[in-house]
Write a protein that binds this ligand. Structure first.
Ligand code: HEM
Length: 410
């Protein structure tokens, strides 16, 4: 009998057509045969067991900045072009890849301002979802991604930031451009698109911050300039970069959460029936979608000291890539993990990562998805997929799981 080859990083990207169709064929194999995989191609250890993934993301002593990796990993190569002599790291990267003490210094005021905005944002999300659904009135067939899942997160964050309605189209285009920053395999054209969007957003935020200093408004940009005025230890460049990170981190992911949720619910009528019978279970539905089909595949850390991980000794500087998708379907943690079950008893998923870097936008993503799903199925009780038997048009961006299009009939 010939031994199956050990998987590599490439097997968990869209370069592997099987991973696109069903990622869990590869991930189950990795978790059972090589749960701590020394992957020469990425220069990372790849972890797939829930317990290992949880202990890595929750460990606040680890580093996040890939540039600190000594293993020459793929992530380090992707980020090392962003090391510039004399420019502080905090002016090059957002909290996403910063370590202490800068990470907490910047994240703490940003989180304080963002969470306060999200806490009172529900009526605006409801209005925004209603407007988006109103625009579909009278139509019987449309692409749900284009008309519903994509615009809602972008418009929501635009409202939180205080972007004028007249700039919304620009803002959407820039948001889509900067997303390429998360694509380690982006081509030259995508890099150019990303850079142009970043320059435009930088100029936009510079003007907006100057404007809010002179004319404060009820928005997150005003909150941040006020915090600087009140002595919060961060500067304008850091604010600009981290406001941009809210777009990078938040838009595609929340779009995919909503799209994946609609597809899963329509394909699992018994689960959709539970939601229809009691919309009060929406939070459980969103959590099960996040477990079952998380929008982000992986996150990473770098070992800040030698340690044993998953039973294997590792050195300082080792890059560790954790599969959130594999962890969320670990049979050691979840009964019948490959069953989509909105009544599942609570066992926290790991779709938002954990520890110091846990997703700062999780409350916003949950709010948007829960309002969007309840209102969508109320407005269109007969919503079905136009092509239920076709393989979904999965996007080819590595480490993200969402659809390019989702044609529906209502
Ligand atoms: C369903 C939607 C979302 C998913 C699945 C998601 C997932 C994640 C994950 C896995 C991380 C890394 C956590 C870690 O390494 O431990 C992260 C970090 C982050 N996310 Fe999200 N995210 C979502 C929505 C959002 C939204 C709406 C925003 C902005 C409003 C956002 C902004 C960020 C930022 C800025 C970080 C970096 C936090 C840090 O390193 O301190 N995300 N997210």
């Amino acid at each position: 009998m010939t031994e199956r080859p050990i998987p590599t990083i490439v097997d968990i990207t869209p370069a592997n057509p099987q991973y696109q169709v069903d990622p869990h064929v590869v991930l189950d194999d990795m978790r059972s045969r090589c749960p701590v995989l020394d992957d020469p191609m990425s220069g990372s250890m790849i972890l797939t067991r829930y317990a290992d993934v949880r202990s890595i993301v929750n460990n606040r002593d680890l580093w996040r900045d890939p540039v600190r990796s000594e293993s020459g990993g793929m992530l380090r190569r992707n980020f090392s072009d962003q090391v510039m002599a004399g420019v502080p790291r905090t002016h090059i990267t957002s909290i996403l890849t910063l370590d202490e003490p800068d990470h907490s210094r910047i994240r703490q005021p940003l989180a304080q301002a963002l969470y306060a905005r999200v806490a009172k944002f529900r009526p605006q999300v409801e209005a925004l979802v209603d407007e988006t659904l109103d625009a579909l009135e009278g139509e019987t067939a449309f692409d749900l991604m284009d008309r519903f899942c994509v615009p809602i997160p972008i418009d929501a964050i635009a409202r939180i930031l205080g972007v004028e309605h007249s700039r919304l189209a620009d803002f959407r285009a820039w948001s889509e451009g900067v997303i390429q920053g998360l694509n380690p395999f982006r081509n030259a054209e995508q890099t150019a698109q990303m850079e142009a969007a970043a320059v435009a957003l930088n100029a936009y935020f510079t003007d907006a911050m100057a404007d809010r200093r002179a004319n404060p408004r009820d928005d997150l940009i005003s909150d941040m300039v006020q915090m600087i005025a009140d002595g919060a230890p961060l500067d304008d460049e850091e604010v600009r970069l981290n406001l941009q990170a809210l777009l990078v981190g938040g838009n595609l992911t929340t779009t995919d959460l909503i799209g994946n949720a609609v597809r899963l619910l329509v394909l699992n009528p018994s689960e959709l029936a539970k939601l229809r019978a009691d919309p009060g279970i929406i939070n459980a539905v969103v959590e099960e979608v996040l477990r079952y089909e998380p929008p982000i595949d992986v996150t990473s850390r770098v070992l800040s000291a030698p340690a044993e991980v998953g039973g294997c000794p590792m050195k300082q500087g080792q890059s560790v890539l954790v599969s959130l998708r594999a962890a969320n379907r670990d049979p050691q943690t979840y009964d019948d993990p490959h069953r989509f079950d909105v009544s599942r008893k609570h066992k926290p998923h790991i779709a938002f990562g954990g520890g110091a870097h846990i997703c700062i936008g999780a409350p916003l993503a949950r709010l948007e998805a829960s309002v969007a799903l309840v209102k969508l199925f109320e407005r269109f009780p007969n919503l079905t997929l136009a092509n239920p038997d076709e393989t979904p048009a999965w996007r080819t961006m590595p480490f993200f799981r969402g659809m390019e299009t989702l044609p529906v009939l209502v």
